[in-house]
Ligand binder design. Structure first.
Ligand SMILES: [Zn+2]
Length: 453
């Protein structure tokens, strides 16, 4: 296997195709309206991906590419010995109206393929489905419980995820790692009871069992305050991103202490699904207050720390479109939109920690509730639906919507090998028609899904 781009954070992307296939072709993509790049929109753009490494090789304006090809033809006919092999590679051609980097969902519990949510990641069902929704990278999100059978399944799931994380496999979204939603959780929301009072030794055993796949862990500051923040410190020491959340009791002191600890490690903290299972108060500073900040007041206790990044469920059910709009308008540079999915878009009925989850409808949107209650358990959403919500309901400019679904989540989860279409990043590309309908999903240069299939 070929391991690529492992520069500064331990994130790796492994191409299993390189094991048995010396593919020296390239994939050439023409976007006839625009290619969205980080901080840049290229009109009539092109993109070339090297299919051996799976990396973006070059990009620019189509007219420049055509000129370059003509010059090359001219050079090779006048002096055949000068032809370089790189310019004679066979190319696979794709065209579209708009192209952008693949979407990255850093909070997704899976979308089916098993009787219970906890078993989802034992199969490739979710990864097969995700490419249809433009999700090229996902953090497999795990929940914890006190139930012995659920714990046994969790061990199997962790083993499997450790085996496949970072590996590019044909026609499947890439599991980049794990987002552990717990077990140090103060306010359950839809989550089952877990060992939220786990001691440091047991916590270390659990965290170590998920390494090196563990990228993000949701942890409640109000519980950390009760035990000297030792578990939070352990995550920071390992380079796992702590995401403060599931904590309606978190006070100013506990959040400030967490932020100061992170600052010492040059880590920008994160907040798990802001607004859901967290609160705002104009005098008492809680998780949403900190999550909404883009800078801090000049108070002694706020010196030397930076505001956290946040993730928000973008299905417009968990968070009202009005709240979503002003939050994204204000804080957008530090927001990742997430699905928090536990089901596929067309719904169904599954078991979630011995409780039945069923689908409810709000307008044209589906969402999942614990049967017999009003508790929202997760979403039936996906990154493509969220992208359309942003464009159609919130009238958001397309480049900003793309940023919150690719570049920002990659940065937050330290997935530096994906998230933008820069040279050297993995060639994960979404190709859209003029109405932003997804036509093709490309992962590491290979076609992973097409609308016509
Ligand atoms: Zn979740």
């Amino acid at each position: 296997m070929l391991t690529t781009n492992n520069s500064n954070n331990g994130s790796a992307s492994t191409l299993d195709r390189a094991n048995n296939n010396n593919d020296d072709s390239v994939t050439l993509i023409y976007a006839n309206r625009l290619i969205i790049k980080k901080g840049l929109q290229i009109h009539m753009g092109y993109l070339v991906i090297d299919n051996h490494t799976g990396h973006v090789l070059q990009f620019g304006h189509q007219r420049d590419y055509k000129q370059q090809q003509q010059q090359h033809k001219h050079t090779t006919t006048s002096n055949s010995s000068s032809s370089s092999s790189s310019e004679q590679k066979k190319s696979h051609f794709l065209s579209c109206d708009m192209a952008c980097a693949g979407f990255i969902d850093i909070h997704n519990h899976g979308m089916g393929g098993a009787r219970t949510v906890q078993q989802y990641w034992l199969s490739d069902h979710t990864l097969e489905r995700l490419v249809e929704y433009g999700t090229t990278s996902v953090l497999a999100s795990l929940i914890f419980s006190l139930d012995d059978e659920a714990k046994r399944i969790m061990e199997q799931v962790i083993d499997r995820l450790k085996g496949i994380h970072g590996v590019v496999r044909e026609r499947l979204a890439v599991v980049e790692g794990i987002h552990a939603e717990g077990p140090i959780i103060a306010t359950n929301g839809g989550l089952p009871d877990a060992e939220c009072d786990m001691n440091l030794d047991d916590f270390k055993i659990l965290v170590d069992s998920m390494m090196p796949a563990l990228k993000v862990m949701t942890i409640s500051p109000s519980l950390e305050k009760q035990c000297r923040y030792e578990r939070l410190q352990y995550l920071l020491d390992l380079g796992v991103k702590p995401a403060l959340g599931h904590d309606t009791h978190a006070d100013e002191e506990s959040i400030l202490t967490s932020l100061h600890m992170a600052a010492k490690k040059n880590c920008q903290l994160h907040i798990t699904h802001m607004y859901n299972v967290s609160s705002f108060h104009h005098r008492k500073q809680t998780l949403c207050n900190f999550g909404l900040a883009t800078r801090f007041p000049k108070l002694p206790s706020y010196q030397g720390i930076e505001p956290p990044t946040v993730e928000i469920i973008g299905d417009t059910v968990h968070v009202h479109p009005l709240t979503l709009q002003f939050t994204l308008d204000y804080k957008g540079n530090d927001v990742a939109l997430i699905s928090d999915a536990i089901m596929d878009a067309h719904g169904g009925c599954v078991e979630y920690n011995e409780r039945q989850v069923e689908v409810c409808k709000k307008g044209d949107k589906n969402y999942a509730v614990l049967k017999g209650t009003n508790t929202i358990a997760g979403s039936c959403s996906n990154t493509l639906q969220i992208f359309h919500n942003l464009l159609r309901d919130l009238h958001m400019p397309v480049d900003k919507a793309v940023m919150m679904l690719s570049e920002n989540p990659a940065r937050i989860a330290n997935l530096h090998h994906v998230g933008t279409l820069d040279v050297g990043k993995r060639g994960d590309v979404l190709l859209f028609d003029e109405n932003y309908n997804l036509q093709h999903t490309v992962i590491a240069g290979r076609l992973s899904w097409s609308l016509k299939n």
